[in-house]
Design a protein around this ligand. Structure first.
Ligand code: FA5
Ligand code: MG
Length: 412
């Protein structure tokens, strides 16, 4: 099968992708939908808002080396083990990831390349790329999105840390209303190997760097509210998330923290201390460009791409929205092991980008038989043309038979 620019084939014993042959096993769950996206590289298409945002972010980090072309096909060691994500952690499951086989996965975050970046010898760098997660389907979730990772380290001594902080002191962070009530405490702790003084300094450097970038990205926004909250990641401690107040809601834009010292040590950097962050590009781009639906980034419609100019943030002018076509599907599930993500994935696999949302609208248990019935509402809408009811009926029929045969449900 050929996707746009991606050559791939899913055979019974191997997945062949861009000439690379990866053996399959009981973990294999990559789908044609995501494999077809691998060569799109939206973060490198100059006209695409994802790439425009990436470059604007990069311009806020002076002298950071950029790595934007690492392959999204990584080992589970890179994606999980090297980052101390525990063996039984839910983020490793098949229902959250796209596995080629038990050792090979589509990266779920750009953190998978932290060690590669460290091995380059650079002490400040940014890594961007497409990342893959099985997830729900709606206007802000898509199985492929983009992240940018930032990593910085320096000598672990107070004089050096003070000098680093001094060197960025002139960067202004005014014009944002900053809420940060976080204090480092036992449930989001210093690492035992670190002195609190050094961690306080590297944390100040991290927070300043990120607040400065956000301030510049949102330079046009008059009343920008930014909030820092405590978080947890196995690969940083202490850890935080940053949220932006947008249209009445706090929107999470990044996770960050002081790098787990064992990661720096793995790279031979025992006497260094560092920070790292990972930020989603789609959410930021949706806010800054006023893009209402995450699928639009993938559109090859000229009416989309021609609106954007490298280096510039401007509001997207929607072209007419085509009418939706709504179909419900109800079925009895075989037992209580049900993963909504797998269902969404299957729908997306059969129907493609024409699926706008998949929503669980009824969950009911028959009191006599104990059997559980679910009803999902699928909203079909094309981004660039009218769809006919007949066409959608045919797709819905394919969805029904795929759900019956692959998820072992009894259709109602
Ligand atoms: C991570 O992926 C960590 N690797 C981030 C990190 C890096 C922490 C380095 C510490 C040090 P998380 O899963 O929260 O964390 O994702 C980070 C960001 O990616 C989120 O804040 C959000 O902006 C974006 N993101 C996550 N899931 C989605 C999604 N389904 N759709 C769009 N954006 C997403
Ligand atoms: Mg998060």
């Amino acid at each position: 099968m050929r996707g746009i620019g991606t050559d791939f084939e899913i055979r019974s014993n191997a997945t062949v992708i861009n000439g690379q042959e990866i053996p399959t096993d009981s973990w294999t769950n990559v789908t044609p939908t995501v494999l077809a996206k691998i060569n799109r590289k939206l973060h490198l298409q100059p006209q695409n808002p994802i790439s425009i945002i990436r470059q604007l972010i990069e311009s806020n980090f002076q002298n950071f080396k950029t790595f934007n072309t690492y392959s999204p096909i990584v080992t589970t060691k890179q994606n999980f083990d090297d980052l101390y994500i525990p063996k039984e952690h839910p983020s490793r499951t098949k229902s959250d990831n796209y596995y080629f086989n038990k050792d090979t996965v589509l990266r779920a975050h750009t953190s998978a390349h932290q060690l590669q970046g460290l091995a380059s010898g650079e002490n400040k760098f940014l890594i961007s790329g497409d990342v893959y997660r099985r997830d729900e389907i709606d206007s802000s979730h898509y199985p492929v999105f983009h992240q940018i990772e930032g990593v910085f380290y320096t000598d672990n001594n107070v004089a050096q840390l003070n000098a680093e902080l001094e060197s960025i002191r002139n960067e202004k962070t005014s014009n944002i209303e900053l809420v940060d009530n976080t204090i480092i405490k036992p449930d989001n702790p210093y690492q035992d190997c670190h002195s609190p003084e050094a961690v306080d300094l590297i944390s100040a450097h991290l927070k300043h760097s990120i607040n400065f970038m956000i301030r510049n990205l949102f330079a046009e926004e008059k009343d920008l509210k930014v909030r820092w909250i405590d978080a947890y990641f196995p690969f940083t401690s202490p850890s935080w998330e940053v949220e932006i107040y947008y249209e009445g809601k706090w929107l999470e834009v990044l996770g960050c923290g002081v790098v787990n010292q064992r990661i720096l040590n793995q790279a031979g950097l025992h006497n260094k201390i560092g920070w790292a962050f990972g930020m989603g590009l789609e959410r930021l781009a949706m806010v800054l460009f006023g893009i209402p639906d995450i699928r639009l980034f993938w559109s090859e419609d000229k009416r989309f791409l021609k609106q954007f100019t490298p280096g510039k943030i401007n509001k997207f002018v929607p072209f007419s929205k085509y009418p939706p076509c709504i179909k419900d599907i109800s079925f009895w599930i075989p037992d209580d092991k049900w993963h909504g993500n797998d269902f969404c994935e299957l729908v997306r696999g059969v129907a493609g980008d024409i699926v706008e949302t998949v929503e669980l609208i009824d969950d009911f248990r028959n009191p006599k038989t104990g059997k559980r019935s679910l009803c999902y509402r699928i909203n079909y809408r094309s981004m660039d043309r009218n769809v006919t009811n007949e066409e959608i009926n045919q797709i819905q029929e394919k969805v029904r038979s795929a759900v019956r045969s692959e998820m072992n449900v009894e259709l109602r």
